[in-house]
Design a protein around this ligand. Structure first.
Ligand SMILES: [Zn+2]
Length: 188
């Protein structure tokens, strides 16, 4: 059915723009669900044939096309602590530019009568998928001995999960002493 729509030649992510081409300031709203192929990251993935929620506006610029709005999709992954299956719904803000002479990694390709928005939609979803999904905020992991529940916030709920955020041992030591304690002066 959609294949016969001149504005949607393939019924999916290719948008016909011949009627607004060159009309700077003209808009085209796209609010619908479109089926998309899978996106697979190590931490999470969007299944094949997932329906992507598009709520975007295309605006004709003097030298290209701007797309703004939101894109959404369901995703599935593994809890980073207990490895149980986790799923969620991602809604990501999109703000991209399409140009006839696009620059790789910065703007997307704009065709003459059509624009294929799928690469921009995929990239935006992929960039916003959770890198470290959790089944629940206080998931204690598969091993209560190793991941004990604690009443002290932050004391043990983030064991080696994100090394970049871990406290430098020298500073950790400082947190246990008062500044007029015997160790403070030598450590600083
Ligand atoms: Zn978990």
């Amino acid at each position: 059915m959609k294949a016969e729509d001149p504005q949607r030649p393939d019924g999916r992510f290719v948008i016909g723009i011949s009627d607004i081409r060159g009309k700077v300031g003209a808009h085209r709203a796209i609010v619908e669900q479109v089926e998309m192929g899978e996106i697979v990251l190590e931490s999470a993935h969007v299944r094949s044939s997932t329906m992507v929620d598009l709520d975007v506006d295309l605006e004709v610029l003097a030298d290209g096309l701007a797309m703004t709005g939101t894109v959404g999709a369901g995703w599935t992954g593994e809890c980073r602590r207990c490895l149980e299956v986790v799923s969620g719904n991602l809604v990501a803000t999109i703000d991209e530019i399409f140009e006839v002479r696009h620059s790789e990694g910065e703007t997307y390709r704009l065709g003459y009568d059509t624009v294929d928005i799928e690469p921009a939609v995929r990239d935006t979803l992929a960039l916003n998928l959770p890198m470290t999904p959790l089944c629940q905020e206080n998931c204690v992991g598969p091993d209560p001995e190793r991941f004990p529940t604690s009443s002290e916030p932050g004391a043990s709920l983030e064991p080696e999960a994100e090394p970049a955020r871990s406290i430098d041992p020298r500073w950790a030591a400082l947190s246990d002493v008062t500044f007029d304690g015997p160790d403070a002066a030598s450590d600083r």
